[in-house]
Design a protein around this ligand. Structure first.
Ligand code: ASP
Length: 446
């Protein structure tokens, strides 16, 4: 039987009730062998995440203040979980000891990453006891260099060596160790990355990412009423949708598992029966899909539209334009072009007050006949492996927008035929998403 690595997010470990659900899920399958918890998240809208409290304690200590008030909230939170779960007195004394040690270290100005990581550590302590599995500290498994960059191969070796003889275990998320053995954390939300790295390290059959939503939705539910869940998609489709802001996973969590071809299954701790979303490497492994997999978009792009007669035969025009952007340290998003036109699509916030200097330099370097600026543009990506080699998809999409009276300002189709991106006025953004969804998604699921 293969191995499943299961990561449980902050809401899944937020209180004793949630942890009981985690226990039931883990015990439901023997192959759920390695469990990666986050720190307890919010229980209600106005609650504070344990990690945020830890950052607050650390800041107070640096200011020379007592960390007492915030640290008491953390201690109470873990003690209450332990009591509500009815864990034994040995766990209570281990917890007290760990809390006292962490308190003293943070008060004495321990490093930021150490402070931030303790929520995951304490979650791990409780969960290991609840599941009766060994607690394996990720400082033994995950290695960073002196610039806090993950050492991928060294980490892989540590994991395969250290976990070779472990049949199961609880591995706190979010951190590992630097060259001096000190704790280093990933960026916020980084327990997703830990889970992916462990999954790769043990050559898992599947990486289960348990959260509080039943997977990725076909469109933003704030725009489309009750959109369907995407049951399966490829890593490439996910990348296209995530770029436009639709994501349930930390971006960096994709790479370790994608590289090894390990599927990720996003599932809901509060609704374990729901199918969730499965992300796989190749289309061959997926069941047939409708034309489109999902729609995602973002507002606030700017288009710099350049026109020059005979641009097509002017060698070096494109290079000079991009050279100007490079010198200004500006990354571009898309470059749709025509025979005598070239448009550069950029995020408006990266341009900010640099626009005049940039245009001046493009004018001098490239001597276009005209430069036009269109700001307030929203981009909407319609993504789907089912679109490739399916004649009529673009016609259907543009027809739907025409019917809705939406003016398209820009069109870009990736050569992989995996997506069609349209640019519209910011004000038309929501209408565009709805028009595309209604066109491609039948009202009643078959
Ligand atoms: N606890 C960390 C955070 O709040 C990491 C995580 O939850 O994945 O960012």
């Amino acid at each position: 039987m293969g191995i499943r690595v299961c990561k449980f997010g902050g809401s899944s470990v937020a209180d004793a009730g949630q942890l009981r659900k985690v226990r039931a899920i883990v015990l439901d399958r023997e192959d759920r062998r390695f469990i990666v918890p986050s720190a307890p998240g919010r229980r209600t809208g106005d609650d504070v995440k344990v990690t945020d409290l830890l950052y607050r304690c650390h800041k107070a200590a640096l200011r020379g203040e007592s960390i007492g008030p915030d640290f008491d909230l953390i201690s109470e939170r873990f003690r209450k979980i332990a009591a509500d779960l009815g864990l034994d007195s040995k766990l209570h004394s281990d917890l007290d000891e760990a809390l006292a040690d962490i308190h003293d270290r943070i008060q004495n100005k321990a490093r930021t990453d150490y402070a931030a990581s303790r929520g995951e550590f304490l979650s791990g302590l409780l969960l290991a006891r609840l599941l009766d599995r060994p607690l394996i500290d990720p400082t033994e498994l995950i290695r960073f260099d002196s610039n806090d960059r993950l050492l991928t191969e060294e980490t892989q070796d540590c994991i395969s060596e250290r976990l070779a003889d472990e049949t199961c275990g609880v591995i706190p998320g979010f951190y590992g160790a630097g060259p001096d053995g000190e704790v280093i954390t990933f960026s916020r939300g980084g327990s997703d990355i830990t889970g992916a790295i462990i999954a790769r390290g043990v050559a898992a059959e599947i990486y289960e990412n348990w959260t509080d939503v039943s997977g990725l939705l076909m469109a933003d539910p704030r725009i489309v009423n009750a959109p369907r869940t995407i049951e399966q998609l490829t890593y490439r489709e996910l990348r296209e949708l995530a770029y436009m802001g639709a994501t349930v996973l930390h971006d960096e969590a994709i790479f370790p598992v994608r590289r090894s071809g390990i599927p990720v299954h996003v599932r809901n701790t509060n609704d374990p029966e729901a199918v969730g979303t499965e992300i796989r490497r190749g289309e061959a492994n997926l069941s047939p899909t409708g034309r489109i997999t999902g729609i995602a978009g973002r507002k606030d792009f700017t288009i710099i539209a350049l026109e020059k007669t005979l641009m097509n035969s002017e060698i070096g025009f494109g290079r000079r334009v991009l050279g100007v952007l490079e010198r200004h340290d500006i990354s571009w998003e898309h470059i749709p072009s025509g025979i005598d036109t070239l448009s550069i699509v950029l995020k408006s916030d990266v341009l900010a007050d640099r626009i005049d200097a940039l245009l001046q330099e493009i004018q001098t370097e490239c001597e276009p006949d005209s430069i036009e600026i269109h700001s307030g543009i929203a981009l909407i990506a319609t993504v789907g492996r089912g679109m490739s080699h399916a004649p009529g998809t673009a016609a259907q999409l543009f027809g739907a927008l025409a019917k809705a009276g939406i003016n398209i300002r820009m069109i870009d189709q990736g050569s992989s035929e995996l997506n069609i991106i349209v640019g519209v006025e910011n004000a038309d953004f929501e209408r565009t998403v709805r028009a595309i969804y209604d066109e491609f998604v039948p009202l009643n699921p078959s």
